[in-house]
Design a protein around this ligand. Structure first.
Ligand code: MN
Length: 432
């Protein structure tokens, strides 16, 4: 099923929750889903303006039209809802829209709306498996040219959506402090040493949660791939470049990545993103066509999603000087070489089974221009061009106390802007 634009996207509809009507991220047209801790309990919520709506409470009052959806909302995670079908997710969106729009009876939700500042956001799902792709050709070319200037892009790149299996146990929600990892590095000398990483970096990424999964041995054809995608978030794939450089051959990333990954707490549904779909990346003359299992008409026509992504840094000195976070880059998720449907179809083409709540990340989102590069490795070009900050400081890699803030939003004329909320994390010193 492909979503279509419907009354839940209508820009002229306002909410009786006043703050929603001027909110940049969470107007009534978004209605992202998440899990928060409120009064000692974990509950499923949606965001509307500065408030969150307790969906367990909404379900318990019999205000939803689907009994299957109602049954999943008393849980402490979104996995149950994710395991249902797209039509159920649509039904929930329509019900919430109807309850929150101007003209609805606000008394029905009495006591179920809390200030966002009064709740602590949690991971939205129990993430069984986490996979990270490498879907930006600009990022792949940048990183490749640092190590192989004459031959930056490996011959498989335009055929295979490259990815690796990450670690789900260390995924944390936005706001969680990140401890600088220790590990083996070899800088200069013959013999490696063990100690705190000195080349700690971030990677700006978009990720999606798998909805209903597939049976082992049964691939998901690309035509149906989006039926298995519940929604998207912003992801920071923290990376220790010095550990990575020493360990990654021959099996790829390991401890340089597995110490922490940060996600934004809100899951923006694919249906909310419908107005911002666009044509998939148009391959230049001379590039091979994707193999048939990675191509279908609808994915070519509307496989990309136009999300503007921003990365900011705020150092301890900037906080002390009262300086606002400094923008490091702006990139467009619409320019990725591979679409989310291609990633999911490729992931399952060997029969690998995906499960509800699995998290699949895009890889670093970088564009063609320097100002759109999604990691410090690229922005400071391996340390050769340090970034100048308004505090007078310079950065090639992250220092203790630095906070990285990632944001994403969608804009299109005729529609309300929607956003993802922050994905942030501050670096703590390594353990002694
Ligand atoms: Mn990554």
């Amino acid at each position: 099923m492909t979503y279509s634009i419907n009354y839940t996207h209508d820009a002229s509809v306002s909410s009786w929750v006043e703050s929603a009507n001027s909110h940049l991220d969470f107007p009534i047209q978004n209605l992202p889903l998440g899990v928060c801790r409120y009064a000692g309990r974990k509950i499923i919520v949606t965001a509307v303006g500065d408030l969150v709506l307790n969906l367990q409470g909404v379900a318990a009052r019999g205000l939803l039209s689907s009994s299957e959806v109602t049954a999943t909302l008393s849980s402490e995670s979104l996995n149950g809802l994710m395991s249902l079908e797209t039509s159920h997710w649509s039904t929930l969106r329509r019900d919430l829209h109807n309850l929150l729009k101007v003209g609805a009876d606000a008394n029905l939700l009495d006591g179920l709306l809390y200030k966002r500042s009064e709740v602590d956001m949690c991971l939205p799902a129990t993430i069984g498996d986490y996979t990270d792709f490498y879907a930006s050709i600009y990022h792949a070319t940048n990183v490749g040219s640092m190590f192989r200037p004459e031959n930056p892009l490996l011959p498989n790149y335009k055929y295979v959506p490259i990815g690796y299996h990450g670690r789900s146990s260390s995924i944390v929600v936005s706001g969680t402090a990140i401890r600088r990892p220790c590990g083996q590095t070899r800088e200069g000398g013959e013999v490696p040493s063990f100690g705190p990483s000195r080349k700690l970096d971030y990677e700006l990424e978009v990720a999606f949660y798998v909805g209903c999964g597939n049976e082992q041995g049964k691939p998901i054809p690309i035509e149906y791939a989006e039926d298995h995608i519940f929604g998207l978030c912003i992801l920071n794939d923290w990376s220790a470049r010095d550990i990575q450089a020493w360990e990654y051959q021959p099996l790829g990333p390991f401890l340089a990545k597995s110490f922490a990954t940060t996600v934004s707490p809100w899951v923006v549904t694919l249906e909310a993103l419908e107005p911002f779909r666009k044509r998939a990346y148009v391959r230049p003359e001379g590039d091979p066509e994707p193999l048939p299992y990675l191509s279908c008409w609808s994915d070519i026509e509307r496989g990309a999603i136009d999300i503007t992504l921003e990365v900011y840094i705020q150092t301890e000195k900037m906080v002390a000087q009262g300086l606002e976070p400094f923008k490091l880059s702006t990139a467009g998720f619409g320019d990725m070489y591979w679409t989310i449907a291609q990633m999911l179809a490729h992931h399952t083409c060997n029969g690998c089974n995906l499960r509800p709540g699995d998290l699949i990340a895009s890889g670093t989102v970088s564009g063609a221009e320097r100002g759109s590069w999604g990691s410090l490795l690229e922005l400071a070009w391996r340390g050769s061009r340090p970034i100048e900050l308004p505090s007078g400081e310079r950065r090639s890699f992250l220092e203790d106390g630095d906070e990285i803030i990632m944001r994403g939003y969608c804009v299109r004329e005729g529609f309300r802007r929607i956003g993802f909320g922050d994905c942030r994390g501050r670096i703590l010193p390594a353990l002694k």
